[in-house]
Design a protein around this ligand. Structure first.
Ligand SMILES: [Zn+2]
Length: 88
């Protein structure tokens, strides 16, 4: 299954040029919460693994090296600009 990813600097490229960086989980836990190992452990290791549109981090490792977020449909393995939008 091929995947084309749109790098914000280089444009559409083959998915093999990129490194998956995991789900976008939003901001890190605050300073007071970081002292609680359970909260920090859940933030780092627990993933939703959504079936459908998921916001993810990717790095263009074989290109410009930029880290960016995309919305990917995990069932069809294609990039979406937003939920409900057509595939790119
Ligand atoms: Zn790039």
């Amino acid at each position: 299954m091929s995947l084309t990813i749109t790098c914000p600097l280089c444009g559409n490229r083959n998915g093999y040029e990129f490194r998956f960086g995991g789900e976008d989980k939003g901001p890190r836990p605050g300073d007071t919460e970081m002292s609680d190992p359970k909260i920090w452990c859940d933030y780092v290791h627990m993933n939703e693994c959504k079936a459908g549109i998921q916001k993810e981090w990717w790095c263009h490792k074989d290109g410009c090296g930029t880290w960016f977020c995309i919305n990917r449909d995990t069932l069809k393995n294609n990039q979406r600009s937003r939920e409900g939008d057509s595939e790119i």
